[in-house]
Every structure is written in structure tokens, then in C-alpha cells.
Design a protein around this ligand. Structure first.
Ligand code: CMC
Length: 423
């Protein structure tokens, strides 16, 4: 039952209602405070629920991640990414007819405008792929500004389908441009992940079902993570009623940071730094040394304090891919396995619940598949697209306000301007 919270400030007492969550923590509704001239202070939003949402639920302590109530383990093992896209966007798993319609819509929207080739050619070959992908998604705003009415449900769904369909094409174009290779057109007869891999590697090799399945699983596992930094960025930008492609490209920028989407890249950087299996003990000792800033990348999690439910299913795919590619004996991957074994057996890691997280296994899998490390965050972008667009759609489907936080001002008090010759 909802309770009231009472706060007293400057001799006044204010009653605040609580709002009841369907799962997890209830929240104190502080909206009434503004009428009292009181603001709350919460840098980094650690104690703030910025919105209500029906899309994703996380219980970090219990290692639970659910999309629309479905546990991530079931979705990763039994569903596929396009089905999950429908689920996130619409709230329910698709019927067979709805699924067929989505597959057709995605196939119809995979191509990007021919002039996009020029956009990529405008970047140097060494440009970071996240910069190219952000620019290309932002550029879709130029193509779809007049024909997108964000107040119309059908236009929002059309926008979602366009973005989910085009992001693999854009991501593959960024990869091919960086590799100095010509683009490969999307093939609508292929599955979602298989088509992406084919646009990356189709001129060199066939895409095996094991690798396509692992990539699809990476997309599912990254598809949403409630109000993280990039999703909150999309909501904040979208709350200004800006063009949706612009709002999504703001989210892409936020994802790029190493504190958010860059961790799987950091795993590979760390493995390369360790360099040799014989050095593993030395680096584990560094990670345990309080005076050394080194940490084992791909271990631990801010939210999941017992285990990362995504890591368990990713571990399975990682081993399937390594086995199929016969890559288990590659030096870097042997090194990763050694690190994983030591960390799982060492008291320091056991006592602190530091187990390998999703980035550990997705980083190793992507490396084995031949994805360059600077494309890892692009793969995350591709997976997260349905989450971002579903949150944007959810926000616009109900009354909302422009996001406009206040601040605790600590600057100068009022003072008079001093002419430059008198300073
Ligand atoms: N290696 C060695 N020690 C660690 C590590 C690590 N990776 N992570 C945490 N610790 C230690 C930390 O030093 C502290 O020790 P003590 O209690 O003796 O002071 C203890 O474990 C608790 O750590 P914390 O810093 O309080 O934990 P946190 O919740 O603030 O940090 C984290 C979580 C993910 C930032 C951190 O574990 C970390 O930096 N991990 C490596 C980076 C990484 O893999 N990040 C990806 C996470 S998954 C991405 C996603 O979901 O989007």
C-alpha cells in the first residue's frame, strides 16, 4: 500500500506520496516540492527515478533482467532479436502474422540512401566508427524530417522500424570503410544478425549459423537496460520534441564513453596489455593491490552484485564460437581463459563477488569472429537500438514534460561589472 513520507524543512512540513512499483522499489513522489520552493539534490541521479516505464526491470542483487516481464535467459535462448524488438516496442511478443509483418518491414527498410556512400567517403579511413555511425544516424533526420510527425503513433513505429532496419547497414558500412573495402548491400533473404555479418564479411566467408546465433544473442542481451546513461540521453533529447533520429544520435554519443559502452573494448585492450599467459598472475596481483589503479576489465558490475544474468548465456555462446572456429588455443583467448579461472578461484574475487560480466564474454566472442575492437561499441549500438527507440516511443505515448533539471548554485553572489582597464 502507498505510504506517505513527511519532510520538514525551514520549519515547514510537507507530505509526499509514494508511488508503488509493480516490481522493486517504490518511489517518493517529490513533484510537489517545487510549489514549496524546494529542490532535491541528486548528482548522477543515483537516487532518482527519472520516469515511469513498463519496458525493462533489473534486480541487481538477485541477478534479474527482464524485458516486459520475460527473463533475459529465456529470451536469449528461445527468442531472436527481431522478436525482442517487437516485444520491447509493443509490450507483447508478436503473433506469427505480426512477426512476418515486422520481418518484411525490416527487409523493406534496410537500404540506405545512395548518397550515404558519399557521407562515409567524407571520413578518413582511420575515423572512429562510432563517429561515422553517429553522423549517419543523425543524417537520417535530413531524409526523414518532413515525413515524420512524432505525435502520430504510426509515424513513431515507422521510425522505429527504419532505425532497427538501417542500423546494421550503417554499422557494416562503418566497418567496411575502416577496412578500406567496398560496401556490401543488405540481403533481405537473410536473418537479422546473419545479414549484418554478411555485410561485414560476405566477400570473404560464409556466415555460419553458430556465429550468426552468437551475434543475435549479443544483440538481444544488449537490447535494453532501463534508464542507463544513453537511454536517459535519448529521453532527455526527445523530450524537446526534436527529430527522433537526432535524439537517437545523442544516445549514440552517450554510449561511446568508456564508462558506458566502451567496456568490452577495454577487455581486449587489457588482454593485449597482459600479452602472455605467463603474465596473468602478475596482473591479477596488480588488480588486487589497493595502491595500483589497474582493474581486471570485464569483471564486476555496478548493478549486478551476485552475477550478471547476461554473462551466463553469453559465456555459452562464447564457448560455442571458439570451439567452432578452433580458436580456443589462440594465445589471447587462452590467456582470457586462464584469467577467468584464476579470478573465479581467488578469494579476493570470490569475497567481492567479482565474476566475469557480459563484456568479458562478448569482447572475446567479437574478437574471435574478426570484429575489430574499435567496432565493439558499434555492435552495442546496434543491439541497443530497439531499447532506445522503445523508451522514446513510450515517453511520447503519454503526457511528458521537457527534461529540465535544476541545480544547487554555488557561484558568486551578485556583483557589478568591472571595465577591462580597471581589472
Ligand atoms: N578488478 C579488481 N578489483 C575490483 C574490480 C575489478 N574489476 N571491480 C571491483 N573491484 C574491487 C574494488 O577495488 C573494491 O575493493 P575493496 O572493497 O577492497 O575496496 C570492491 O571490488 C568493490 O568494488 P567497487 O568499486 O565498489 O564496485 P563498483 O560497483 O563501484 O564498480 C565496476 C563496478 C563495474 C565499475 C567495477 O567492478 C569495474 O571497474 N570493473 C571493470 C570494468 C568493467 O568490466 N565494466 C563493465 C561493467 S558491465 C557494463 C554494462 O553493464 O554496461
Amino acid at each position: 500500500m502507498a505510504e506517505k513520507v513527511q519532510i520538514s524543512i525551514d520549519g515547514r512540513t510537507v507530505d509526499l506520496p509514494t508511488l508503488v512499483a509493480s516490481e522493486g522499489a517504490n518511489v517518493v513522489d517529490v513533484r510537489g516540492l517545487i510549489a514549496e520552493g524546494i529542490y532535491t539534490y541528486d548528482p548522477g541521479f543515483l537516487s532518482t527515478a527519472s520516469c515511469d516505464s513498463e519496458i525493462t526491470y533489473i534486480d541487481g542483487g538477485a541477478g534479474i533482467l527482464m524485458y516486459r516481464g520475460y527473463p533475459i535467459e529465456q529470451l536469449a535462448k528461445q527468442s531472436n532479436h527481431l522478436e525482442v524488438c517487437h516485444l520491447l516496442l509493443n509490450g507483447e511478443l508478436p503473433s506469427p502474422a505480426e512477426y512476418d509483418a515486422l520481418v518484411k518491414s525490416i527487409a523493406d527498410n534496410q537500404d540506405v540512401d545512395e548518397q550515404y556512400q558519399q557521407l562515409f567517403n567524407g571520413f578518413s579511413q582511420g575515423a572512429h566508427p562510432m563517429a561515422m555511425v553517429g553522423a549517419a544516424v543523425s543524417g537520417l533526420a535530413a531524409l526523414h524530417h518532413e515525413d515524420t510527425d512524432i505525435t502520430v503513433h504510426e509515424d513513431r513505429v515507422k521510425t522505429a522500424h527504419r532505425l532497427i532496419a538501417k542500423i546494421p547497414t550503417i554499422a557494416a558500412m562503418a566497418f567496411r570503410h575502416g577496412a578500406g573495402k567496398s560496401f556490401i548491400a543488405p540481403d533481405p533473404s537473410l536473418g537479422y544478425a546473419e545479414n549484418f555479418l554478411n555485410m561485414c564479411f560476405g566477400d570473404e566467408r560464409d556466415i555460419s549459423p553458430t556465429i550468426a546465433k552468437a551475434m543475435d544473442r549479443i544483440f538481444i542481451l544488449h537490447a535494453d537496460h532501463e534508464q542507463n546513461a544513453s537511454t536517459s540521453t535519448v529521453r532527455m533529447a526527445g523530450s524537446t520534441d526534436c527529430n527522433p533520429y537526432a535524439a537517437i544520435s545523442a544516445g549514440i554519443s552517450a554510449l561511446w564513453g568508456p564508462a558506458h559502452g566502451g567496456a568490452n573494448e577495454a577487455v581486449l585492450d587489457m588482454l593485449n596489455e597482459i600479452g602472455d599467459e605467463s603474465k596473468v598472475e602478475e596482473y591479477v596481483a596488480k588488480a588486487k593491490d589497493k595502491d595500483d589503479p589497474f582493474k581486471l576489465m570485464g569483471f564486476g558490475h555496478r548493478v549486478y552484485k551476485n552475477f550478471d544474468p547476461r554473462a551466463k548465456v553469453m559465456e555459452e555462446s562464447c564457448h560455442e564460437v571458439l570451439e567452432e572456429l578452433g580458436a580456443e588455443d589462440e594465445p589471447l583467448l587462452k590467456l582470457a581463459k586462464r584469467l577467468e579461472t584464476i579470478a573465479r578461484e581467488d578469494d579476493y574475487f570470490i569475497e567481492r563477488n567479482l565474476y566475469p560480466n557480459i563484456d568479458f564474454y562478448s569482447g572475446i566472442t567479437l574478437q574471435a569472429v574478426g570484429i575489430p575492437t574499435n567496432l565493439f561499441t558499434v555492435i552495442f549500438t546496434l543491439g541497443r537500438m530497439p531499447g532506445w527507440i522503445s523508451h522514446w516511443h513510450e515517453m511520447l505515448s503519454a503526457p511528458y514534460k521537457i527534461a529540465r533539471p535544476r541545480q544547487l548554485y554555488l557561484g558568486s553572489n551578485a556583483r557589478d561589472y568591472v571595465a577591462i582597464d580597471q581589472r
